[in-house]
Design a protein around this ligand. Structure first.
Ligand SMILES: [Zn+2]
Ligand SMILES: [Zn+2]
Length: 254
């Protein structure tokens, strides 16, 4: 009995020991000291001063996550009212600006794992605070095309998704959506060009798709990528699609 409970506590004890032997360093400013957030097992590699500077997206458009003013809190933006996206709801934890933007760049291009853990924990915390029941049946990370994956050797969205899967106890499905076209980099393209660039970029795989899914991306700029992925899932019969994003750009034309 004692052995059994010790065995259950082992991961927690090991993480504590690791943090005692190798004290946490803030991934944003490099200072010593970590933040204990929610019921996470170990302190995050982020100090409380940097945490307070994070650009929380407190009043995002319910539909697309676009940061809105406080007076528009809990509302839908004008763009979504004119033309609703292919997904029904968004949860984007932050606005895409300093210091979060540099952490995301480290995750994306530096293949660094501490940012994946910190950013995953921050997004999980946002969802635990704001997401009502029922939770989606699975998490689907926006896939990279195989050529981009081979070039980078890493898909940062899968790293985030793996973290959320463990933390929220939701299935992670990498087998339902595939990127079949290697699209040009979206940065620098206009909204219309982005949409054209992404047309028929995805396809669903597998015959049985869940009815309620969360589509996960790291940064949502105009929403064109998640919209095209959601459209593909919807055409394949998925009834309710949520978009989960770490950060949302403040300007739609950015
Ligand atoms: Zn710091
Ligand atoms: Zn909107």
């Amino acid at each position: 009995m004692v052995y059994k409970s010790l065995w259950k506590l082992a991961p927690r004890i090991l993480t504590r020991a690791q943090h005692w032997l190798l004290p946490t360093r803030c991934i944003a400013c490099g200072c010593a000291g970590g933040l204990q957030l929610g019921d996470a097992h170990a302190p995050l590699d982020l100090c409380s001063a940097c945490y307070r500077q994070l650009p929380f997206n407190r009043h995002g458009c319910l539909r697309c996550g676009l940061p809105l003013s406080e007076t528009a809190s809990g509302m839908t933006c004008g763009q979504c009212l004119r033309k609703a996206p292919a997904y029904q709801r968004s949860y984007c934890a932050f606005e895409y600006r300093y210091p979060l933007a540099s952490l995301v760049r480290n995750l994306k291009y530096g293949a660094q794992l501490p940012p994946a853990r910190v950013l995953g924990e921050l997004l999980a915390n946002h969802l635990l605070q704001h997401h009502p029941q029922p939770w989606p049946q699975c998490i689907i990370p926006v896939p990279l095309h195989i050529s981009r994956y081979q070039q980078r050797g890493y898909n940062q969205v899968i790293e985030l998704a793996t973290y959320l899967h463990r933390r929220l106890n939701l299935p992670l499905r990498l087998d339902l959506l595939e990127r079949i076209r290697a699209t040009a980099e979206q940065a620098g393209l206009s909204r219309t060009e982005r949409r054209r660039n992404l047309r028929r970029a995805f396809r669903t795989t597998g015959s049985q798709l869940p009815d309620h899914v969360a589509l996960l991306d790291d940064v949502i700029t105009t929403g064109s990528t998640v919209n095209e992925a959601a459209l593909t899932l919807r055409k394949a019969g998925v009834g309710y699609i949520e978009v989960w994003g770490l950060a949302r750009a403040t300007n739609r034309s950015a």
